[in-house]
Design a protein around this ligand. Structure first.
Ligand code: PLP
Ligand code: COI
Length: 341
């Protein structure tokens, strides 16, 4: 198959229209069979539930070309399950997990020419999502929904690739106890836009959100979970019911323990103790592992010993092992790699 003429090495994290996307509709209590379409546009009523009350959830995944030339996805079953959890919380009908996997496979296959080649540093980002599409004016769930999957080739999420980031402790909250922080709802991202725009304007790459109940514990950023490394090489990640259960973070904790033989801890992480860590990273599908060099808390700088030039030693080992598994250079735990073709 002839790949598209794209400057893979210089891709940023943006939207590039690809050839095909998957669409299925939910009406009268059932999902239809769905189909691929070349039309990237969605037509809906002016009063659609998603437009009025933000009834929409999504997922983020990637397809990679492995060292053997196969196109694969990474733990897609966990995305399928998380999307069911997200949908339920917003009173939307679940898109069946098996069908989710088929739709992702079908869409990636139809856009195989856009899957970046092995070694290019880029990947094909996959965005499954669903939304309420029929008119809704009183506050209630829609009756009709659309599920879609599109793909777009991407490079690094943060400009500068793996250069350490500077982030700030945000005065805004991301999620409330018993709210929607643990699901991938569009509304969580809409309310983070003001915080990210003001962080960028002030020269920061991202926001560190604290738990909104006590404002003493580290939660996550707008689009990634945290991992920290102690000076004696323990890998620590915040435990919280109000953060997104990152598939990358769960995988990294497994890799730390079972591939690198490190001690791991998922627990409350207090802002006060962050200064004692040796390394810090943001992890997620888009972020992969992006090292953090500095956290600024209202003028007070927390500078990690790993510095502003390169990833910390353990973060780098985690990064190399995880990406090695995704690219087929390192044997994956059973069930982690889903071969598309
Ligand atoms: N946290 C938030 C708020 C996110 O949007 C994401 C991205 O999906 C993550 C964490 C990382 O999750 P995952 O590793 O499953 O992509
Ligand atoms: C992802 O990592 O897939 C996300 O959805 C995060 C988003 C901020 C791009």
């Amino acid at each position: 198959m002839q790949k598209k003429e794209i400057d893979w090495a210089n891709l940023g994290f943006g939207y590039i229209v690809t050839d095909q996307r998957f669409v299925a509709n939910y009406k009268d209590g059932a999902w239809d069979a769905g189909h691929l379409t070349a039309d990237p546009n969605v037509t809906m009523n002016e009063c659609a539930g998603v437009l009025q009350y933000a009834q929409t959830v999504f997922e983020g995944m990637k397809a990679y070309t492995t060292v053997n030339g196969q196109i694969v996805t990474f733990r897609p079953d966990l995305n399928a399950k998380r999307m069911v959890d997200s949908a339920k919380r917003l009173e939307m009908p679940a898109f069946p997990e098996e069908r989710f996997l088929e739709a992702v496979t079908e869409t990636v296959r139809a856009n195989a020419a856009y899957v970046p080649p092995y070694g290019s540093g880029a990947s094909l980002y996959i965005r499954p999502y669903m939304f309420g599409i029929n008119p809704v004016i009183g506050v209630k769930p829609a009756d009709e929904y659309q599920f879609r999957v599109f793909t777009t080739p991407v490079g690094p999420y943060f400009k500068g690739g793996v250069k350490p980031l500077t982030i700030r402790v945000s005065d805004f909250d991301r999620a409330a106890p018993h709210g929607t922080g643990h699901i991938k709802a569009g509304l969580n991202y809409a309310m983070s836009l003001h915080a990210i725009v003001s962080a960028h304007a002030a020269g920061y790459d991202e926001n560190l959100y604290l738990d909104s109940a006590t404002r003493t514990k580290v939660e996550e950023t707008g689009g990634a979970n945290f991992i920290f490394v102690t000076k004696d090489h323990k890998v620590v990640t915040p435990h919280s019911d109000t953060i997104l259960p990152s598939i990358t973070r769960r995988s990294l904790m497994y890799v730390a323990e079972h591939y690198l033989g490190l001690e791991v801890e998922e627990r409350d992480v207090y802002l006060d103790e962050v200064k004692d860590f040796a390394e810090c990273g943001l992890c997620g599908t888009a972020a992969v592992i992006s090292p953090v060099g500095k956290i600024v808390d209202h003028g007070e700088e927390i500078c990690f010993p790993s510095g502003m030039e390169k990833m910390g030693e353990i973060t780098k080992k985690l990064y190399d092992t995880l990406t090695g598994i995704q690219m087929g250079q390192i044997e994956a735990p059973k069930g982690w790699i889903h071969v598309i073709e």
